[in-house]
Write a protein that binds this ligand. Structure first.
Ligand code: UT7
Length: 409
């Protein structure tokens, strides 16, 4: 709650939206892929089914849909957004960022955009970064998106991981206000000593450099560390595949939920008795039950929808938040806690006082605003094509221009 021009500025959640692929992958489907059973998955995790991205879906397209829905609820134009943060572990590119792709597709021409890598804690990290920027007065509004296509990075031969994850996206719009409330506190933590517990190696990975060389050709070396060029096929296959030590992550998760929820509440000057709802990262129903025991609260205080979506990593908290709002579990003046944990290791808790956030009443103005947003999306699509086309023609055209000498003669 920093001061700005003599007034305290608060960051409120004023819009929310989610998007999941249409295709459902049930536990019965998984029985045909790995040696598992519906009964094992349900009793050990609570998951019954998850969504799986089709050929047409991508991390960007799911994130874009969730963002558009969040803008609808906030009834804001994309041009009013100052910052877009995308929390994801499954970006389509290392760069350009998924955030930049979504920024363009929305027509959010005044927004900065970047991706944030904090695995399943990423959404809470992102909301805190955005809230701090708003409270400092540096920006007025932000879009924070958690979007994942986890099923594209799973090892479908590893029954310990492939049964857990699903695809989807969730987004929130944050906006500056002088009304007290909104994001009250956050605790962000990391312990890189646990980096081997949960990970997804990519192009820069030292361990996988040989596999990379085999796929892309040998990297020039000084001769001191000549790369070997005969990696096993298994090595190649593991590039971009997720690995996890489930048991260790389970223990870590139950410990940090309890610890960090208390820390975030203390920072906000509240206790667990002041909390109306906890929206945790949706990893395993047994983790939620253990966390409820540790916090000495009823399991019903926790929002849980992992039975239908599995673990959607950075998207799980905003998806669960959207469904909690839809079910009427969040109302004006209530304190809601978000808690995420995952690869890094990272974890994060946040206390939000839900204030003044409700979808706009349907009416003529809302309809006009909705149409303005649609025009912005349509214009952005054509603008990209036009810009690429004109760059290509300008490139061809300049090739035929006489070249200038060194001194510009
Ligand atoms: O978002 C990131 C955060 N990730 C998490 O929070 C995941 C946390 N971990 C977990 O949710 C759990 O540890 C798992 C669901 C991954 C595993 O459950 P578990 O109760 O810890 O099982 P386990 O790994 O101790 O394995 C118990 C047995 C093993 O068999 P043996 O060695 O006792 O004969 C496994 O091989 O269950 C076996 N097993 C399976 N059996 C049927 C492991 N996966 C499966 C499976 N189907 N899918």
């Amino acid at each position: 709650m920093d001061a700005h021009n003599g007034q305290k500025i608060y960051a409120h959640i004023v819009g929310w939206g989610m998007a999941v692929p249409d295709s459902v992958l049930t536990n019965a489907h998984l029985e045909a892929i790995v040696e598992t059973s519906d009964e094992w998955i349900r009793t050990r995790t609570g998951i019954r089914e998850r969504r799986i991205a089709s050929e047409r879906d991508s991390t960007t397209s799911l994130g874009l849909k969730a963002a558009q829905r969040a803008l609808d609820v906030a009834d804001m134009q994309p041009t009013e957004i100052d910052l877009i943060i995308v929390a994801t572990s499954t970006p389509e590119n290392i760069f350009p960022s998924t955030a930049s792709l979504i920024q363009h597709s929305l027509g959010a021409v005044k927004a900065g955009a970047f991706d944030l890598s904090a695995a399943c804690s990423g959404f809470v990290y992102g909301v805190d970064m955005a809230a701090q920027s708003i409270k400092s007065g540096s920006i007025q509004s932000a879009l924070v998106i958690g979007t994942e296509t986890m099923t594209r990075i799973l090892d479908w031969q590893d029954r310990g991981t492939c049964i857990l994850f699903g695809d989807g996206a969730g987004a929130v719009v944050l906006r500056a206000s002088t009304v007290e409330g909104g994001i009250l506190s956050a605790v962000l933590r990391s312990d890189g000593s646990g980096s081997d517990m949960l990970g997804l190696p990519t192009v820069g990975s030292v361990d996988l450099r040989n596999a990379y060389s085999a796929v892309n050709g040998a990297r020039p070396t000084t001769g001191l560390t000549a790369p070997e060029l005969s990696p096993s096929l298994a090595g190649q296959m593991r590039l971009y595949k997720m690995h996890m030590n489930g048991g260790e992550v389970f223990k870590f998760a139950t410990r940090v939920i309890n610890e960090s929820v208390h820390q975030a509440l203390e920072k906000a000057g509240l206790t667990i008795n002041d909390v109306s709802l906890i929206v945790p990262h949706q990893a395993n129903q047994r983790i939620i039950q253990a966390a409820a025991r540790a916090l000495k609260v009823d399991t019903d205080l926790f929002m849980s929808n992992l039975d239908r979506y599995g673990n959607t990593s950075a998207a799980s908290i905003p998806i669960a938040l959207c469904e909690a709002i839809e079910q009427g579990r969040v109302s004006e003046g209530q304190n809601v806690v978000f808690v995420g944990f995952g690869g890094g290791l990272t974890w994060a808790s946040m206390v939000v006082k839900w204030t003044g956030a409700r979808p706009p009443e349907p009416g003529a103005t809302t309809l006009i605003n909705q149409q303005r947003r649609q025009i912005s999306y349509l214009f952005a699509r054509w603008q990209m094509r036009l810009r690429r086309f004109s760059r290509r023609w300008m490139g061809l055209f300049t090739r035929f221009l006489p070249r200038r000498g060194k001194n510009g003669e």
